[in-house]
Design a protein. Structure first.
Length: 369
């Protein structure tokens, strides 16, 4: 048997916890016999759901924590009042190296705040990003940030590109990941000043990735690049929009297949292909966002998911724990930081030079570099 992997689980986090959480543990334990789950939460509420699954108790260890963080809790409230909550204690187990990763379907803001305080970020990384793997026409694409940073500055977006490259290299097994910057168009003149500055910086820094420049929204589903970089505001809207389109398509297809007896017969004959399509479009199969940039693995599951979706988040945590993801990020950040700083200094110097040239050509105008 391969080496055991211990995963900390916030058993009380999510709209349907702890039932959906334990259902997910049961599914994931079959897929990964070497996984062991440390369940943090109210023992009296966990035990009945644990008993529903034969043999699950053998791979689970309950750590009683009577407190839990509400789904609508503000990050500041979670930090002040949730120190002994199921979420906080699960994160602490990763810090203490009793678990390789933590998975929670609880409040995203609370999970981010507590994780950042207890695990800290990698040196040089200002804020973590939520990264999610999207199914695409060419396989899988990593998109970040998915909502952790509504307003991302130039430095953060460059960090996201570095973190995304490390994930794509170690987890998605891309030898030299292609990285694109999400924009409203592919032309150089498109985008706001932050996006343009990030594009210039990534081109000038000569980082160990294949930076392809701007990508548009429809390029994500097409799988044009391995990593798509954007701010959390845009990324979260794109994610929710994609999920809504998939649900709309599924509903229209279901209605069409049940509209006449001929369509029902056709659906019966194509049942195998339709099941394959359904499985590929099921958002539960790609559930789980990784908080990249922390000194520890933290995976956020969708709060409203069921057991199958939570199992996908657990599967992701187990795969990450078995990779050299953390080591690769540390090496990548150390390798590129000097290049990024040098490129940033060159860009600022060029901006000052152009401002001085404009001032010299128009001495009556006041020009601020």
């Amino acid at each position: 048997m391969s080496q055991l992997v211990h995963i900390a689980v916030d058993a009380m986090g999510g709209d349907h916890a702890p039932g959906s959480v334990l259902d997910g543990c049961a599914i994931s334990s079959v897929r990964h016999p070497n996984a062991r789950f440390l369940l943090f939460g109210d023992t009296e509420k966990i035990q009945p759901h644990l008993s529903r699954h034969k043999g699950l108790a053998d791979v689970c260890e309950i750590h009683h924590t009577p407190d839990s963080i509400p789904m609508d809790a503000k990050p500041a409230q979670a930090v002040r009042q949730g120190r002994r909550s199921s979420m906080a204690m699960a994160i602490t187990s990763v810090k203490a190296e009793r678990a390789a990763a933590v998975v929670s379907a609880g409040s995203t803001g609370a999970l981010m705040a507590l994780s950042k305080i207890r695990l800290r970020t990698f040196p040089g990384v200002a804020r973590p990003a939520i990264a999610a793997v999207w199914p695409t026409a060419r396989g899988e694409t990593l998109v970040l940030d998915m909502g952790a940073n509504v307003d991302a500055d130039i430095k953060q977006l460059v960090d996201f590109a570095i973190l995304g490259e490390a994930f794509a290299h170690t987890v998605l097994q891309r030898e030299r990941p292609t990285v694109g910057l999400l924009n409203v168009g592919s032309e150089d003149v498109k985008g706001n000043e932050v996006v343009k500055a990030v594009d210039a910086l990534l081109r000038a820094a000569d980082l160990p990735m294949e930076y392809v420049g701007y990508v548009e929204g429809d390029d994500i589903a097409a799988g044009k690049v391995d990593v798509v970089v954007t701010d959390g505001f845009t990324g979260n809207i794109a994610l929710k929009t994609a999920e809504g389109v998939v649900r709309l398509f599924a509903n229209h297809l279901r209605e069409a297949l049940n509209s006449t007896w001929m369509s029902k017969l056709g659906a019966l004959l194509a049942s195998g292909a339709l099941k394959t399509l359904k499985d590929r479009l099921d958002p539960r199969s790609a559930n789980g966002g990784v908080f990249l940039g922390l000194n520890g693995l933290v995976i956020k599951s969708h709060g409203g998911t069921d057991g199958l979706g939570f199992a996908s988040a657990l599967d992701l945590s187990i795969d990450l724990a078995a990779s050299d993801f953390g080591e690769h990020i540390t090496e990548a950040l150390a390798l590129v930081q000097e290049k990024v700083d040098a490129a940033d200094a060159d860009l600022k110097a060029e901006k000052r030079r152009k401002a001085e040239d404009r001032a010299a050509a128009n001495p009556e105008e006041t020009v601020t570099p």
